[in-house]
Design a protein around this ligand. Structure first.
Ligand code: NDP
Ligand SMILES: CC[C@](O)(C(C)=O)C(=O)O
Ligand code: MG
Ligand code: MG
Length: 337
C-alpha cells in the first residue's frame, strides 16, 4: 500500500501557533524542535529538571525553561523528547498529574506507547511527529529553509483534530517542506527499532568491525584496514543516499561492482536473513524492550559494559589516530542556533 504524503500546502501553521507547546528534553531532537517551533512563531517552553546540564544551553538560545511538571501544567501540547528509557518516569512524575482533558501528548518515537510503558487517559490526544533524521540535521535543514522528512501518527484522537495538529507541528519544524508520511505508532516503532538494530547501527557497526578484524588478523596494516572498511563507507553510502544502490554500483569500478554481486550474498547470506527475522520477532514481541527497560531499571549495567567493550576495539584506536590527520573529518556535533 502506498503511503500518504503531506506537504506545506496540506498543513495549517496557525493551529500550532495558537497552542502553548512544552518540549520535554533539550538534546538531539529537543533542541531542534524547540528552536524551530519558536522561529515558526510558536509559544514554546522547554521542560528540564533542576540542575539539568541542558538548561544553560536552552536559556542561552533565548528559550524559557521550566521543570517538566511546570511546563506540562502550562502547555496545551506536550512533546516528549527525553531519552526513551527516561520517558515513563517523567510521565508518571511530571506529566500525568498535569495531563487534563483536551491536552495533546506528542512523541518523537513510539516505543513508550507501543509497548504500553506509558498509558495516557482516553481524553488526551496522542500523536507522533518523528523526523527521519538526527536532531542536528533537522535543525540545520530548517535554518537553511529546507526540511527533513517526518512521520506522523495518531494513536488517540478524542477531539478529531489530531492529524491537523500533528501536521501543523510538523510544518513548524520544517517537516512538510520535505514531505510528511502518515504511519502508526506500531509501524514506526517496530521498523525504527529494526532499522537501527539490524542495518543502520547494529548491522553496519558489526560489518565494519568484522571486516577490520579479518584484514588485521590476516596481517594487513590497521591503517589500511580502517580506510577500506570504515573511512570509505561514507563515500559508498553517500552514493546510495543520492541515487540508490544502482548509483553506487554505477559509480564504483566494474571490478567492485562484480565483487559486490559475487560476495555480498556470501556475507549477508540466508543465515543472516534468518537472524534478522529473529531480531524482528524479538522487537514485535516486546522482548527487546523488556531487556532495554530491565537494564535501565538496574542502572544500565549491560549498556555500560557494551560501551566499555566497544571503546576498546582496535578500530577505535586506529580511527582516532587517522582522523587526527584529516582536519575536515572530526567535526564536533554542535547545536545550530
Ligand atoms: N537522536 C535522534 O536524532 C532521534 C531521536 N528520536 C527520538 O526522540 C526522542 C529523544 O531522543 P534524543 O533527542 O536522542 O534524546 P537525547 O538523549 O538527546 O535527550 C537528552 C535530553 O533529555 C533530557 N533529559 C534526560 N532525562 C530527563 C528527565 N528525567 N527529565 C527531563 N529531561 C530529561 C536531557 O537533559 P540533561 O541535559 O539534564 O541530561 C537532555 O536535554 C526519543 O524518543 C528518540 O527515540 C527520533 C528520531 C531521531
Ligand atoms: C538510526 C537511529 C535512530 O533511529 C534515528 C536517528 O533515527 C535513533 O533512534 O537515534
Ligand atoms: Mg530512527
Ligand atoms: Mg530510533
Amino acid at each position: 500500500m502506498t503511503a500518504e504524503v503531506f506537504y506545506d500546502g496540506d498543513a495549517d501553521l496557525s493551529i500550532i501557533q495558537g497552542k502553548k507547546v512544552a518540549v520535554i528534553g533539550y538534546g538531539s531532537q529537543g533542541h531542534a524542535h524547540s528552536l524551530s517551533l519558536r522561529d515558526s512563531g510558536v509559544e514554546v517552553v522547554v521542560g528540564l529538571q533542576e540542575g539539568s546540564k541542558s538548561r544553560p544551553k536552552a536559556e542561552e538560545q533565548g528559550l524559557t525553561v521550566k521543570t517538566p511538571a511546570e511546563a506540562s501544567a502550562w502547555a496545551d501540547v506536550i512533546m516528549v523528547l527525553a531519552p526513551d528509557t527516561a520517558q515513563r518516569k517523567i510521565y508518571a512524575e511530571s506529566i500525568e498529574p498535569n495531563l487534563t482533558a483536551g491536552k495533546a501528548l506528542f512523541f518523537g518515537h513510539g516505543l513508550n506507547i507501543r509497548f504500553e510503558l506509558i498509558k495516557p487517559p482516553a481524553d488526551v490526544t496522542i500523536a507522533m511527529v518523528a523526523p527521519k533524521g538526527p536532531g542536528h540535521l533537522v535543525r540545520r535543514q530548517y535554518v537553511d529553509g529546507k526540511g527533513v522528512p517526518a512521520l506522523i501518527a495518531i494513536e488517540q484522537d478524542p477531539t478529531g483534530e489530531g492529524q491537523a495538529l500533528a501536521l501543523s507541528y510538523a510544518k513548524a519544524i520544517g517537516g512538510t517542506r520535505a514531505g510528511v508520511i502518515k504511519t502508526t505508532f506500531k509501524e514506526e516503532t517496530e521498523t525504527d527499532l529494526f532499522g537501527e538494530q539490524a542495518v543502520l547501527c547494529g548491522g553496519a557497526s558489526a560489518l565494519v568491525q568484522t571486516g577490520f578484524e579479518v584484514l588485521t588478523e590476516a596481517g594487513y596494516a590497521p591503517e589500511i584496514a580502517y580506510f577500506e572498511c570504515l573511512h570509505e563507507l561514507k563515500l559508498i553510502v553517500d552514493l546510495m543516499y543520492e541515487g540508490g544502490i544502482a548509483r553506487q554500483r554505477y559509480s564504483v569500478s566494474d571490478t567492485a561492482e562484480f565483487g559486490d554481486y559475487v560476495s555480498g550474498p556470501r556475507v549477508i547470506n540466508a543465515a543472516v536473513k534468518e537472524e534478522m527475522k529473529a531480531i524482528l520477532a524479538d522487537i514485535q514481541s516486546g522482548e527487546f524492550t523488556r531487556r532495554l527497560i530491565a537494564d535501565d531499571d538496574a542502572g544500565a549495567p549491560e549498556l555500560k559494559k557494551f560501551r566499555e567493550e566497544a571503546a576498546k576495539h582496535p578500530i577505535e584506536i586506529t580511527g582516532a589516530k587517522l582522523r587526527g590527520m584529516m582536519s575536515w573529518v572530526d567535526r564536533p556535533i554542535t547545536e545550530t542556533a
